[in-house]
Design a protein. Structure first.
Length: 154
């Protein structure tokens, strides 16, 4: 059994979805355009939202700004999203092997990430081991939650 668990908010039927995971703390146009681009490739889109404990450990005590339940609810409201789950588990469980164990029962058709993602290599390695495609999509320039948070504090 792996260290990570999927707590489903909106389950999706059957294998073959495109999976995306992330924090999605403040939903912005960069997120929406990325998710729509993934969905436009033809597979059902399933989004994994990192839980609050994991985000706090990675981004500091003031994050996330919105709870995992609220972030998942927003994701589930998007037309392009077919399924949503919350990723739970210890913050140190963030390597490709942890996500392979999490994703294997879902039998994804693809794992998608943005260009410049520091975990892109691990995601592509995980895709290969899962028998899924690895999709890298362009990031929307100038759009990030960290930029929005920092602008609000400045």
């Amino acid at each position: 059994m792996g260290n990570l668990e999927a707590v489903w908010v909106r389950p999706v039927d059957g294998p073959g979805a495109a999976l995306v995971t992330g924090v999605f703390d403040i939903l912005h146009v960069g997120h929406v355009r990325f998710l729509e681009a993934v969905a436009a490739r033809g597979l059902p889109l399933v989004v994994g939202i990192e839980d609050d404990e994991r985000v706090r450990a990675w981004k500091g005590p003031t994050r996330p700004l919105n709870s995992a339940a609220e972030r998942a609810e927003l994701m589930a409201a998007l037309r392009c999203v077919s399924g949503v789950f919350i990723v739970t588990g210890p913050p140190e469980a963030h390597g490709p092997e942890d996500y392979i164990d999490l994703f294997a029962p879902m039998r994804p058709g693809a794992l998608a990430h943005t260009a410049g993602d520091p975990h892109a290599g691990g995601r592509c390695a995980a895709s290969a081991l899962l028998g899924a495609e690895c999709w890298e999509l362009e990031m929307i320039p100038g759009r990030s939650t960290t930029r929005i948070v920092n602008a609000g504090l400045g």
